[in-house]
Design a binder for this molecule. Sequence first.
Ligand SMILES: [Zn+2]
Length: 312
Amino acid sequence: MTNFFLGIDLGGTEVKLAIADAKGNIIEQSSMPNSFTSDPKKILPQLIKRANNMKYINKVSGTGVGVAGDVDQKKGVLRFSPNLPKWSGIPIGKILKNGLKHRVVIDNDANAAAWGAFWLDAGGKAQNLVCITLGTGVGGGIICNGKLYHGTTGSAGEIGHITIDPLGPKCNCGNHGCVERFIGAAYLSEAAVSAIKNGRKSILPGLVGGRLDRITPRILDIAAHKNDKLANEIWQFAGEKLGIIIADLVNIINPEKVVLAGGVSKADGLILKPVIETVKKRAFKMPARACHIVISKYTQKLGVVGAAFLAR
Ligand SMILES: [Zn+2]
């Protein structure tokens, strides 16, 4: 047995597997598709088979799983997932443990990413750290005194559902005006599409051959770098909204580092600059000065390696 760990990133569209060493280097990886309607009774046996077929599986001493949803870490049960509705109540930890014959730890996927950011981006040094994953949804994980902060029921860190507009549009979680409802990937695209439909001039329609449904954050990124005013405004808007909640987090948690990860964070300076300006304007001076806000250098593997590290 060597010091290898299997990480599983169980998402609504894909399941990623990676065997990592104790330093977070990926030794072997694999993936399989998943879907909103997937049946855990079918997917879990396939997942176990795939993991057991990996070349280095015999050198793995534990598996960590990051799942998109509300997780009971102690019981290893996925309580509820808006992305995987048929998986609610499934004892993923127990099923995987029986199939893999070693220790299995499960947690929320954003918590796994935060654990990955703590080790990979901060080298295990920033004792108080907040990680925000920006993608379809906005997730969060909090490291407090060098440990993942789970709260009373294991649900802590739902940063995407901080209210920034009490009268705002309804969010998937049932609340109104959550930050996710403004800066989730689909809503950034939606903001662009509605502006264009209202007559705003932009190079965006040209970049997608007139197919407005193909405007993604990646396209908004390209347009902004070509000095498109609308695309730049959308990034500025997203950065300000994100900056507002990070200013709150800076005041409440007083973190040493805030790590932004996920697809939308690839826009890099476009989002980081307004975030930093907003935090500087709104948060208390001392904690704001002590906090480094960065984009993760490991976005691609943060979730899966962070999951593997849960078992380390
Ligand atoms: Zn919400």
